[in-house]
Write a protein that binds this ligand. Structure first.
Ligand SMILES: [Zn+2]
Length: 315
């Protein structure tokens, strides 16, 4: 046993050296019957109820924590009603909807989904951030988050078009360059940022919502590129997609794609199911979209193409 000093976890370390993160880092870690977790030198010291102790190196646990907070959730995780993506709000920020409508076959009937549909176009009229957050995330609601991937613009520093030159001179930007999210995980990191930075080199607060937002933005850029690549501006290579959310907690959703080389308005006879023998789920959606766009296909939600409706009802 090492004679290095044993220390208690500080406010940031409490979020990093958790049972779940230790298990993520070490497959063989037994997370039952733990009485306490301490630090000792380069290790995490686990005290068990039977009096036994074990040590686990801190480094892989930090890596596990970081990759968990940066993980990419599936494409449908943060789409609102009618596959709505992040909606522009004020202060350089966006409303990111939680995917209630797509989490379950009956998800659109949940109170959160109904509230989202009610509020989706009205959030822009709530200009106070505190009020907005109370509507988005409270004890009663869990509609989504306020996210600013390029940094929040402070409400008290509106952009003044006439003082552009002065702004350059003072070198003060009206926009905070650091990304922002209103979710609990991000706010905890922000609150304890100096402790996190002491523990993890180069630490910056981050969350799954920012990762998803970046991926979604990349998808929109790629889609525009694929669209602009056709000389007429109307692409011939098109892919139409449908998604049926899972019917119970243990199954996956079904993701179906049809493709054509004759334009989005082509009749049903000109469309083919993409890999009809394979079953795709929400977990395949990002990769399929990017692969298709790489091949020059422009994706469209299938429900926007009336001539294709009959084929989906059969599946
Ligand atoms: Zn977040």
């Amino acid at each position: 046993m090492s004679n290095q000093q044993v220390t208690e976890l500080d406010s940031a370390q409490k979020f990093i050296y958790t049972r779940t993160n230790i298990r993520r880092a070490f497959n063989d870690f037994d997370d039952t019957d733990i009485s306490d977790i301490y630090l000792q030198g380069e290790d995490c010291l686990i005290l068990r109820r039977d009096g036994s102790q074990q040590t686990y190196n801190r480094e892989p646990i930090k890596v596990a924590y970081t990759s968990y907070t940066h993980r990419l959730k599936d494409f449908f995780s943060y789409l609102g009603p009618n596959y709505r993506g992040p909606s522009v709000w004020h202060n350089n920020a966006y409303i990111l909807f939680k995917g209630w409508h797509h989490s379950h076959a009956l998800g659109h009937l949940t109170s959160n989904a109904k509230l989202q549909a009610h509020w989706a176009d009205k959030f822009i009229h709530v200009s106070d951030a505190t009020k907005l957050k109370a509507i988005l995330q409270s004890d009663q609601t869990d509609l989504g988050h306020l996210v600013a991937p390029d940094g929040l613009r402070f409400a008290n520093r509106p952009i003044d078009l006439e003082s552009d030159m002065e702004e350059e001179n003072t070198g003060v930007s009206p926009v905070a360059a650091e990304p922002y999210c209103s979710c609990g995980s991000f706010q905890r990191q922000l609150l304890n940022v100096s402790e996190f930075q002491q523990e993890i080199q180069g630490f910056k607060p981050w969350c799954i919502h920012l990762t998803w937002f970046h991926k979604y933005r990349e998808l929109l850029c790629k889609r525009t590129e694929a669209r602009n690549a056709s000389p007429s501006g109307t692409p011939n290579k098109c892919v139409a997609w449908w998604y049926a959310p899972p019917s119970d907690a243990t199954s996956d959703g079904r993701f179906v794609l049809l493709h054509t080389k004759h334009g989005a308005q082509a009749p049903l006879t000109h469309w083919r199911t993409y890999k009809p023998k394979e079953v795709f789920t929400q977990n395949n959606a990002w990769d399929l979209f990017f692969n298709m766009m790489e091949a020059g296909y422009v994706p469209f939600p299938g429900r926007s193409l009336p001539q294709l409706q009959s084929v989906v009802k059969k599946q």
